[in-house]
Design a protein around this ligand. Structure first.
Ligand SMILES: Cc1ncc(COP(=O)(O)O)c(C=O)c1O
Length: 371
């Protein structure tokens, strides 16, 4: 007789991007430029009062978020990263295995874990051949057992983005009794004007929740701050489920300081975007089928070659994220880090054999000047 739930034995653990001393880490979709100005000072100041509990209502931060995103603070809930809020949403909507959560696959690897730990059933809808969500199929997968739908835009790990007409049609097709979460962890890197900002476009719909994080473009991954915007009744229900005090005092202060640096955040995001477009274009000369990306990472659909390719990158001191048998996700770093990765991926392509991988025949040394 096990002391813990038997279903957890078969549940895959969340695999974080690895940190290897001496190697460049392009595996966790972080921004490489350090905390925004003022954040470290705000942390030090808050740390001095850390013998006290934080403000459980997160009032100042929720008000700052509400002002920045022009929503009512009553609609904002913060959490220990947006992943914790996704977890809370699953627990807010689902009671047990009769309840289903619909999401695309492949998508954020936490979704199946969140679904299973909430005791709910996963309904995975395969992505289209272009690696984007198949929204008509997702709408068709919604049944009277569906409690939650998770839409990841742009999608982690494929970088693909959904545009307004397809999202409009999808949201019109899903019954208003089903909560739809639009997870916009990478919103700040979106440059395609046809990709809607869900906070502006959809947050007033009664059954839509928009999920955002300060971990990516805002540079606070280590502090753990995410937030959601929902209708007040949904927000209130989620607040009951969120672990008390889970947005720490230090995290609240750091987030407030970061939000004062919106221009600098946008400047850094633009640097990442410029590098993303450069890296994606270079990769298209090296590897087959690299999809367009609107996030701060690039997806390499290498199939069976994914793990060996990542191993070659690691031998060349670059840590990328392999999803074995499927693809490799590479975070955009500084220009120097990205050059290291491009050099490593040229080695990777040669090591795997161009013909075996179905790769084209661009001469590697002439492309990047690496031998
Ligand atoms: C799509 C997506 N949602 C949510 C998260 C969670 O981010 P955090 O918990 O750091 O806010 C991530 C992190 O990788 C992500 O890729």
């Amino acid at each position: 007789m096990s002391l813990t739930r038997p279903d957890l034995a078969s549940l895959p653990a969340y695999i974080p991007g690895r940190t290897v001393p001496g190697a460049v880490k392009l595996a966790s979709n972080e921004v490489p430029y350090g905390p925004l100005p003022g954040v470290v000072e705000a942390i030090a100041e808050a740390a001095a009062g850390s013998h006290r509990y934080p403000d459980m209502g997160v009032v100042a931060l929720r008000e700052a978020l509400a002002e920045a995103y022009r929503v009512d603070p009553a609609r904002v809930v913060t959490g220990c990263g947006s992943v914790a809020l996704a977890e809370s949403l699953a627990r807010t909507t689902c009671l047990g295995p009769q309840d289903e959560i619909v999401y695309a696959w492949r998508s954020f690897e936490a979704y199946p874990i969140i679904t299973a730990t909430a005791g709910a059933a996963s309904v995975r809808v395969p992505n289209r051949p272009d690696h984007g969500h198949d929204l008509p199929a997702m709408a068709a997968a919604v049944s009277d057992r569906t409690r939650l739908v998770l839409v990841c835009n742009p999608n982690n790990p494929t970088g693909t983005a959904l545009r307004r007409p397809e999202l409009d049609a999808f949201l019109d097709a899903v019954p208003e009794t089903v909560l739809v979460v639009i997870d916009e962890a990478y919103r700040e890197f979106v440059t395609d004007p046809a990709v809607p900002d869900a906070l502006q476009t959809y947050a007033d719909r009664p059954n839509v929740v928009v999920l955002r994080t300060l971990s990516k473009a805002w540079g606070l991954a280590g502090l753990r701050v995410g937030f959601l915007v929902a209708q007040p009744a949904v927000a209130e229900a989620v607040r009951k489920v969120v672990t008390p005090f889970s947005t720490s005092a230090v995290a609240q202060s750091a987030a407030l300081a970061a939000l004062r640096q919106g221009d600098e955040m946008a400047r850094r995001a633009a640097l990442v975007v410029a590098e993303r477009d450069r890296v994606a274009e270079a990769l298209r000369h090296l590897l087959p089928g690299v999809p367009p990306t609107q996030a701060n990472f690039v997806w390499l659909p290498l199939g069976a070659q994914a793990a060996p390719f990542a191993a070659v990158c690691e031998q060349n001191r670059v840590i990328v994220r392999a999803f074995a048998g499927d693809g490799v996700r590479v975070t955009i770093g500084t220009p120097e880090e990205n050059d290291l990765f491009l050099a490593a991926s040229a080695f990777g392509r040669d090591a795997l054999g161009r013909d075996a991988a179905g790769l084209d025949h661009v001469p590697v040394n002439n492309t990047f000047g690496v031998g």
